[in-house]
Design a protein around this ligand. Sequence first.
Ligand SMILES: C[S@@+](CC[C@H](N)C(=O)[O-])C[C@H]1O[C@@H](n2cnc3c(N)ncnc32)[C@H](O)[C@@H]1O
Length: 345
Amino acid sequence: MDSIEDFESIQVLHQYQYGLLISKVMFTASELGVFDLLLESGEPLSSGAIAERLGTSPSGMERLLEACVGLKFLRMERKENRSLYGNSALADLYLAKSSPKSQYNFMNLLSENLYPSAQYLTDAVREGTEQLESIYGASSKNCFEVLYRSDERLYRFSRAMDDVWSLCGKEVVSAFDLSNFPLICDVGGAAGTLAKECISLHPNSTAIVFDLPEVVESLKKDPAFSQESWMTFQTGDFFKDPVPEADLYILARILHSWNDEKCIQLLTKLHKACKPGGGVLVVELVLDEDKCGPPEAHLYSMLMLLHNKGKERTSSEYQALFTAAGFKEMQLKKGTLYDTLMGRK
Ligand SMILES: C[S@@+](CC[C@H](N)C(=O)[O-])C[C@H]1O[C@@H](n2cnc3c(N)ncnc32)[C@H](O)[C@@H]1O
């Protein structure tokens, strides 16, 4: 190796080359229940005991556990000449299903749906358009139509979307002072998880969750669904139907799914429906102005290219959408994971 620069470049090269396989090792251990078993057992276990309890081959499990130690998902200790495995802090907190901050559902969506769909990324870039037919084997106007063809698919998507709010929901709803908005409408709010975060911070406010009729009807049948007394559901298509009047509209991970024209159409509708002094709170991964980062926003933008007609945007691109829809001012608050933009009427 010629220089330290070569060494660093090769390290980055390897990290990226193997990125998919690193994720897959984590997803496989998660799917087989390794992290759950180790959290429940409360003590480190041998590879043989883990394989027996989870019904896998001893040799395959040993190989998987060793890889998880190498990747720091697990830790290993030697006792009486045996290797014993336990969860790392990261696995206890985020990978085990029973943890309140578990990202299990989102990992499942990545593993079973989003990563396999990435095989069509080259086609999406060549053609500049989403690849719904190749991904889902069905022609469709948008990915929501396909996702919502079965209750099970819908539950899984909705739970996966909710996982991130256990990490940063509180941060997102406290980025701006929302105490002066007594009536909040979470537009495309699915099961209302972010609305719940909002109301737990502002218990004197009430919330309406607005989503497609088939989504709300189906989510209400999900055993994981719970409806609070301060929360009502209103159904409709936000492009075609009237939206309820409110003081504040939340648009979390909505605008990134649509092109500029559709975003302006939706924001204009909300501007008209918004009470004077009200506003819109947009929650998205905002790209840096020079579009050189953050990497998460770029990766999501690739997913939007594959699955939707949308993209991630910079703050000034959001400002242009807000202005075109009639909003007076817009402010951005950067967050740890998700960023928040507030437009005022
Ligand atoms: C990516 S999910 C975001 C859910 C939630 N806002 C969040 O961030 O956790 C997009 C949501 O928009 C809803 N949606 C999509 N198209 C819609 C439409 N035309 N009218 C109403 N809701 C729609 C979907 O059903 C879904 O719940």
